[in-house]
Write a protein that binds this ligand. Structure first.
Ligand SMILES: [Mg+2]
Length: 125
C-alpha cells in the first residue's frame, strides 16, 4: 500500500512515515499540495491514503483537498487532514471539502494509527 505524506516539515514527514510504515504503507513524500497533485497525475489507482498538512507553502492542504475532489469527484482515496489548527470551524471546513478524517498536531502514533484505521473502515462500508 502507498500513502502520500504531505507536510512542509521534513521532520514531520519522517515522523508520519515511521507511523504509517508500521501500518503497512510505503510513504511518498510531498512538501506542498502541488507536489501531491504531481504524484496523483501519475495515477490515482496506486495511492491508498493521503495525509495532508493544512499549513504548507505553494498550495495548502485544504486547497489540495478541494482540487483533488474537483479533478476526481468519485475519488475514494481516504484523505486525512493533519493540522495544528484544531478549531471546530476548520474541522468542519475540511470535512465539507471531503476529508475522511482530521487529526490535530501534536499527535501520538496510537492516535494517528487509530484515525487511519477508522478512515479505512468508513471507506470499506
Ligand atoms: Mg506545515
Amino acid at each position: 500500500m502507498k500513502a502520500i505524506v504531505a507536510d512542509d516539515s521534513q521532520v514531520m514527514r519522517m515522523i508520519i512515515e515511521k507511523i504509517v510504515k508500521t501500518l503497512g504503507y510505503q510513504a511518498i513524500h510531498a512538501g506542498n499540495g502541488q507536489e501531491v497533485l504531481s504524484v496523483l497525475e501519475k495515477g490515482f489507482k496506486d495511492i491508498d491514503l493521503i495525509l495532508l498538512d493544512w499549513n504548507m507553502p505553494v498550495m495548502n492542504g485544504l486547497e489540495t483537498l478541494t482540487r483533488i475532489k474537483k479533478i476526481d469527484p468519485d475519488c475514494d482515496i481516504p484523505i486525512l487532514m493533519v493540522s495544528t489548527e484544531s478549531e471546530d470551524d476548520k474541522v468542519r471546513q475540511a470535512m465539507h471539502a471531503g476529508a475522511g478524517g482530521y487529526i490535530s498536531k501534536p499527535f501520538t502514533a496510537e492516535t494517528l494509527g487509530a484515525v487511519i484505521r477508522q478512515v479505512k473502515e468508513k471507506r470499506s462500508v
